[in-house]
Design a protein around this ligand. Sequence first.
Ligand code: TEU
Ligand code: CA
Length: 544
Amino acid sequence: MDDFRKSTVYQIYVKSFCDSNGDGIGDLNGITKKLPYLKSLGVDYIWTTPFFVSPLNDNGYDVADYRAVDPLFGTMEDCEKMIAEADRLGMGFMFDMVFNHTSTHHEWFQKALNGDPKYMNYYIFRDGTDEGAPTNWVSKFGGSAWEYVPSLGKYYLHLFDVSQADLNWDNPEVRAELADIIRFWKGKGIKGFRFDVVNLISKPAVFENDYEGDGRRFYTDGPHVHEYLKGLAAEGGLDGYITVGEMSSTSLANCIRYTNPKEHELAMVFSFHHLKVDYKNGDKWALKAPDFDELRSLYKTWQEGMQEADGWNALFLNNHDQPRAISRFTNDTTYHKESAKVLAGLIHLMRGTPYIYQGEEIGITNAGFKDIDSYRDVESLNYYRILREAGKTEAEALEIIGERSRDNGRTPMQWDGTENAGFTTGTPWLGIPENHKTINVENEEQDPDSILAFYRKLVALRKEEPVISDGRIDFEVEVPYGVIAYTRSYEETQLFVWANLTGDEKTVRIPESGKLFLSNYGMEGDIPAGEVLLKPYELLVIKK
Ligand code: TEU
Ligand code: CA
């Protein structure tokens, strides 16, 4: 475990990172080409989103063959080359294992559809009721979570898209198949794994209607989830590997169990409560300005709570399912640079393992799409329809999708200022924001004060400073609205961190004088104790 404390992970959304053959779609050879760039960032691990054989209804999170590369992204030989090249540069890949469900195109599901009882038991088939579906549960992408198969006279469960059928983890044969897939990729030299929505794998023994919610309380952190994760770690031989579980609507108590080293389940977890502080009444599709009091209190709860019980967090504000944090929480125009840096500093100095999502290290913003035809994501398209059906005007629906669409985080990587941002020589599968003409890697490489340079520094600091990798964390609560402040301590060393997430000046109190350690306003020297005025989006870090 300790091994990952000094590490930083870089997440690649394969489809949008680098296209090597001009078909407008990112691919494995594109990744190999850009490995020196990742090396120059100083990251240790690279998490790639799924590139396995798939009908791509959910961009690869609908896997039809876990052991084969989809031809759209390359070949197994390309994959082996990519792994070997990263290895040579001293970086390891973490592959994305989507084990809660398979694509309905998977051989197992096809056999189930033919009525083969062995394979029907790989999935969750149930009889309907007088009201229709077995329960009233709602899919995460909208609509019923059950789909009727006329030829079988039964429904199957799909917590996500209708083409993503949930696996039956209560069946030991399923668990054995999945452990075998882990061993297969370990054999190819993979250093770690990310497990998609892995806290949803254990369903209740009895399926019942949810009259309070969408059904999630019955299957989130379900009855046997810890037992199944221990089994996967043991059977897959995951000791010493870096593993991260994506935990949907989870609890602190469960995340402690998932990650406490004595439990032998996972090395760390992604939880999402801090990325719901701008959901109105918990509804992603209802807009609200971010509540920074709530954000501060969630960080305090999760950071201190995991620390007290020896749990370990993955630290992130961006991924391929989220709008860009810089656009969502801060100011992505007037204070573009300051905003990107304050958000980076806020999480990279916390206790946990930081993840950099492609493009955040140069300050890529939300997409700014103006019409529904620009969107590609199945969730955005479904919810646009649902919002329209619920009576929203076209403009209202577009505003909501514009803020919340996952496509915001999926626009192609901005390598340079040319027409397609250096991502492809063809037509990109998803539009690229206009601002790529200024916000791009090539530009930032030339600027010693760039966002990119700041990220490089943060990655290096985590390796150099035990107070960052191993220090304890304590949150300061007596701070003005919009400021998040914490102290890291290790032996005699202390770091005091203040992040002003607003466009207003804020007064904070420096408890003890120290040296300026890090700033996004280019200050230096000794800082005396006493009151200080934080500028808009200022990050101030003092070392004692
Ligand atoms: O996402 C799980 C998930 O529930 C959310 O991140 C979800 O996309 C969001 O809350 C919807 O509002 C994982 C993958 O990261 C995502 O890309 C897949 O679509 C999903 O699982 C299904 O495999
Ligand atoms: Ca390609």
